[in-house]
Ligand binder design. Structure first.
Ligand code: NDP
Length: 491
């Protein structure tokens, strides 16, 4: 008997196909014990501070600064000085060099950033590695390309930078949101004061190291960490010319009220309750993958998540059956494990909010399904969840849950699908699954959403504008449209 035959006889096909742990090493990340505020190219010692943790283990990762109104004032003064002392008058081709450098450094250090993003935010490493980091670098590359072509982007309109931009970002895509904000602002010749979310400051602080490596002039980008009070101080500051905010609709509305009449420019990228609409002629297995990606990607912490699934009645049963089967294969657990599909919920506060809305769904009469999965004991976790038997009036069909929770509803005709999909105060995104091209175009015209994906979901590209209708906000980020909020025109 040959060696191969002997091995073959002794090794029957295993019955259990569970995955071995495949953790990404943390060694690539060198965390400091404490971080200051990055103002005028220097680390400034904060007067107050707080601990930032890993939501998957509740381990304290570092102590970071809680920026006060005085710190915000210092940062705005540094940004103003940098704006007036050279940055705004630098030729576009020179500004582009810095942006290209930042993009390349992000690529070179992408593993370090990806590990840190997953540690501090709880998202699976395969997402931070394959989505957040490549897209963050791509945004800097893309806007670097525009920096010396603004006159061509807006012919005969004499584009000029706005001044100092105050930027406030959320915790779901910390580095990517930073890139969405900083890259177009710098390309247009503005300077920046950016406040990261309270729970996810670490990649923004590591980014300061990239700024130094790229030799960006001091004060062009200032990072002030802290909670909502720091954000409010930035919004209120009279020296800020433009506010760019991504976050909840409630805070967005408060900011809009506060800025009314001040002349400050404002863009708001707020919540969503996207409809993912599946017609009976679609490729069903592909649609199931799209539904899973639409709502369980990044634990559902996605403003454009496909959180309302509309299934055409004729395929409702096979679709739900396939979906439940697929959910059984999702691996929930350690964000640093390369096989993990669903990581940790970002914070205890967010976990409580998800639990509250899920309980409301059950009380109102929806039927819950969660696949069997063992959740880690420490940290913040929530199993992937599907609700069927959902009425449009239920809170789970109306409110943004921002977690791995899908509500399934049904429709009969395309008209009914449009009517139900548009029955929401939001209007950020939507998805359509059908083999008919004409139906895709018809639906895309009728859906009140800033982005409509066809036979795919959650696809992002720096060249595509992104933004909402109605309570999902206004203004666009990405693409040529994303330059406009950072420019004024001398017509
Ligand atoms: P917030 O809107 O509170 O947070 C977004 C950013 O704004 C954070 O940096 C936050 O700081 C800051 N902020 C908070 N209050 C103020 C204020 N008064 N003035 C200026 N800035 C402020 O969202 P949450 O993190 O509280 O999440 C709550 C809900 O919002 C979620 O459950 C989800 O539904 C939705 N959300 C939507 C997002 C989206 O992309 N559309 C992103 C995040 C949340 P801090 O981090 O310290 O609170």
């Amino acid at each position: 008997m040959t060696e191969i035959q002997r091995k073959h006889d002794r090794a029957p096909v295993p019955k259990d196909w569970t995955y071995e742990p495949a953790p990404e090493s943390r060694d690539v990340v060198k965390l400091r014990e404490r971080y200051g505020l990055f103002i005028g190219g220097q680390w400034i010692e904060p007067s107050e501070s707080y601990e930032t943790i890993s939501p998957s283990s509740e381990e304290v990762l570092a102590i970071v600064g809680q920026g006060t109104a005085k710190d915000v004032d210092t940062a705005v003064a540094a940004a103003r000085a940098a704006f007036e002392n050279g940055w705004s008058s630098l030729p576009g081709s020179e500004r582009a060099k810095y942006l290209f450098r930042i993009a390349r450094i992000l690529q070179e250090r992408s593993r370090e950033f990806a590990v840190l993003e997953s540690l501090n935010g709880g998202k699976p490493i395969k997402e931070s590695r394959d989505v957040d980091l490549p897209l963050a670098a791509a945004h800097f590359f893309y806007y670097a390309g525009w920096a010396d072509k603004l006159e061509y982007a807006f012919p005969n309109r004499r584009p000029r930078p706005v001044g100092v931009a105050g930027q406030i970002i959320p915790w779901n895509f910390p580095l990517l949101m930073l890139s969405w904000k900083i890259a177009p602002a710098l390309a247009c010749g503005n300077t920046v004061v950016l406040k990261p979310a309270e729970t996810t400051p670490l990649t923004a602080l590591l980014f300061c190291d990239v700024l130094r490596q790229a030799e960006l002039p001091p004060g062009v980008v200032n990072i002030v960490t802290g909670d909502g009070r720091t954000g409010a101080a930035l919004v209120e500051h009279p020296g800020v010319d433009k506010i760019a905010f991504t976050g909840s609709t409630d805070v967005g509305k408060a900011i809009q009220r506060q800025l009314a009449g001040t002349g400050k420019k404002l863009t708001l990228e707020l919540g969503g309750k996207a409809a993912n609409i599946v017609f009976d002629d679609c490729a069903l297995d592909q649609a199931v993958e799209g539904i899973v990606n639409g709502i369980y990607f990044n634990q559902g912490h996605v403003c454009c998540a496909g959180s309302r699934l509309f299934a055409q009645e004729s395929i409702y049963e096979p679709l739900v059956e396939k979906l439940k089967k697929r959910l059984e294969t999702l691996r929930v657990g350690d964000p640093l494990d390369k096989n993990t599909d669903v990581g940790a919920i970002n914070s205890r506060m967010q976990l409580d909010r998800i639990k509250e809305l899920v309980a409301a769904g059950q009380e109102e009469g929806a039927e819950i399904y969660q696949p069997p999965c063992v959740l880690p004991e420490k940290g913040y976790w929530f199993a992937p969840t599907v609700f069927t038997n959902v009425a449009q009036s239920y809170r789970i069909a109306q409110e943004e849950i921002f977690g791995p929770v899908l509500s399934v509803l049904t429709f009969r005709t395309p008209e009914e699908a449009v009517e139900k999909a548009n029955n929401t105060p939001y209007g950020l995104s939507a998805g359509v699954w059908t083999e008919k091209g004409s139906r895709i175009l018809w639906m895309a015209n009728k859906l009140r959403a800033g982005v409509v994906w066809a036979n795919t979901f959650n696809r992002f590209d720096p060249t595509s504008p992104f933004g909402g209708y109605k309570e999902s906000g206004f203004g666009r980020e990405g693409g040529l449209h994303g330059l406009e909020p950072y420019l004024r025109f001398e017509e």
